[in-house]
Design a protein around this ligand. Structure first.
Ligand code: XMP
Length: 520
């Protein structure tokens, strides 16, 4: 396994909603870790993975349930430090001779405060800023008797065994979730855990770059790779990395569907051709896409048309250059992680790229996915390492179907032109006010409605638009961004004055859920 040269930490997943956060906290500490569902962790797997430490995640199950998720017992014989979190703590006590009680009326959800016991524990070193520390609890069952060898190092009013440890065997167990935001100093516990486990923090993007390049060369040999470059951070970082590995054996295809923002295609194509000298086909297919979208207003139909055409066009250009052996994709680790589903066993949630799904089989290509082990923030760090401009790395996400889903109703060239101008002014305003990096995503949607206005002495009858700006961690949930009234007023005035065709500006204050980030 390519990452074997790093110290590796294994996270055994028992189905907690926040297992990924554990991995993120560890990666931030430059520790290489992988998440694996409990039922894929066999004795053989453990021998092969050879973890330097193990973490048991939380999970929704009860140790009393039929078929309750359990790790293989040999995990306790590896001789490596183990940290059990919430359900992971209960599993540990249950298997090592302690006692867990069913949570009958004793469930505990939300904030709690842990106070230290008199004796010291390396795991808690530097953790207590005051005489108690805020933590996040979320459990039904609870430990009523700790296993032989364990001692108590921290208690909370409802959890007498909030922090316990068997320091001889290096086993640690906490009832709360140190990985979540509501345990404000939780990162310190992970830092202490990996330090006491002997991790050296050898997982850096500089090292990863060298390894990834070697691995790509190994996989690709003298074969040919094609990459659908979208201008987004993931496909861009993947392309630059692969180009560094195999040079002109990589050809990128930038499919221009005519639904990009103002000047975007020229900027993306210019950057890759000029700065990176990367072989790039600029497939201007805007006539084709806009023609097929003519008269279409249903959101799902728009997406289907765009997705289908994308594959067709990409395939056409790939064939024109003589085909390829490999297809490069910017798949990230969150897309790859198998998460445990309690409705029907482990479920594999592998997202295929919405644009090129199905192509690898159709064209008989293998996948090259050099970002499969990385979280988004690590991809950005790798991008910086590869010299991509910071302004490019920090760009807001942009959806594959582009402006089509920001133009509810029928798409016309005239509406797209108006939308591009308004969007450019809005983003310019956000940058001028220094807000761009505080926002997950911001854009304008042009609404399928015209409204009456007065400008000078005349009556206008033009489009209304909506400004959207949200904060988010991963796009799954979002809150609207609290712009000042001054900012909104100034931006509305600029858009109405500078963009012919818009005479009314609204601000969308819907969160997700119940809304979505995009308008379609
Ligand atoms: P929603 O609108 O579902 O969007 O709240 C969540 C995030 O996903 C992006 N998005 C897409 N990205 N193809 C993409 O590549 C799509 O079809 C697509 N639809 C939404 C959206 O911009 C936001 O970041």
């Amino acid at each position: 396994m390519n990452t074997a040269q790093h110290d590796r930490l294994l996270i055994i997943d028992f189905g907690s909603q926040v297992t990924q956060l554990i991995a993120r906290r560890l990666r931030e500490l430059n520790v290489y870790c992988e998440i694996h569902p409990f039922n894929t962790v066999t004795d053989a797997f453990l021998a092969d993975f050879a973890p330097k430490a193990v973490i048991f995640s939380g999970g929704p199950a009860s140790v009393f349930a039929d078929g309750a998720p359990m790790p293989p017992k040999c995990v306790f014989e590896l001789g490596v430090p183990i940290l059990g979190i919430c359900y992971g703590q209960q599993v540990m006590m249950h298997l090592l001779g302690g006692k867990v009680d069913r949570g009958q009326g004793t469930a505990e959800f939300g904030r709690a405060y842990v106070t230290p016991a008199a004796r010291q524990l390396a795991l808690l070193e530097g953790w207590f800023a005051a005489d108690r520390e805020q933590v996040w609890m979320s459990h039904g069952d609870h430990v009523s008797q700790i296993a032989p060898g364990f001692e108590v190092y921290g208690t909370s009013p409802n959890a007498p065994f909030a922090v316990t440890a068997d320091t001889d065997r290096n086993f640690y167990a906490v009832q709360f979730h140190p990985e979540v935001h509501h345990t404000p100093n939780g990162a310190k516990l992970y830092e202490n855990f990996v330090r006491l486990a002997g991790f050296t923090g050898d997982w850096t993007m500089g090292a990863y770059r060298e390894e990834a390049i070697a691995r790509i060369r190994d996989q690709v040999g003298s074969g040919r790779v094609i990459c659908a470059l979208s201008g987004g951070v993931d496909s861009s970082v993947a392309a630059v990395l692969i180009h560094e590995a195999v040079g002109d054996q990589l050809i990128c295809v930038y499919v221009d569907h005519g639904l990009m923002r103002k000047n975007e295609s020229a900027e993306v194509v210019g950057m890759f051709r000029e700065h990176y000298n990367l072989p790039l086909i600029h497939a201007d297919e805007s006539e084709l896409f806009l023609g097929k979208l003519d008269g279409v207003s249903d959101p799902e139909t728009k997406r289907k048309i765009i997705g289908g055409l994308f594959i067709e066009v990409f395939e056409k250009h790939a064939k024109a250059i003589g085909g390829a052996d490999f297809l490069a994709q910017g798949t990230l680790y969150p897309d790859v992680i198998e998460s445990v589903s309690f409705s029907g066993g482990p479920s594999v949630t592998i997202k295929s790229h919405h644009n090129v799904g199905g192509l690898p089989e159709r064209m008989n290509m293998q996948l090259v996915e050099p970002l499969r082990e990385l979280f988004k923030d690590e991809v950005r760090a790798l991008g910086r390492e590869l010299g991509l401009p910071p302004s490019f790395i920090g760009r807001h996400p942009f959806p594959g179907p582009g402006l089509a889903i920001r133009c509810p109703g029928e798409i016309t060239r005239a509406k797209l032109d108006i939308l591009r101008e308004a969007d450019a002014i809005y983003i310019d305003q956000i940058r001028r006010h220094g807000l761009y990096d505080d926002i997950w995503q911001a854009f304008v949607a042009i609404l399928p409605v015209r409204t009456v206005g007065v400008m000078g002495d005349g009556r206008t009858y033009d489009y209304a638009c909506a400004l959207r700006a949200v904060t988010s961690v991963d796009g799954m949930t979002a809150d609207y961004f609290p712009f000042s009234h001054d900012f909104l007023g100034e931006t509305a005035t600029r858009i109405i004055n500078e963009v012919p065709g818009i005479n009314r500006v609204t601000y969308d204050i819907t969160s997700k859920p119940p809304g979505t980030i995009e308008w379609e």
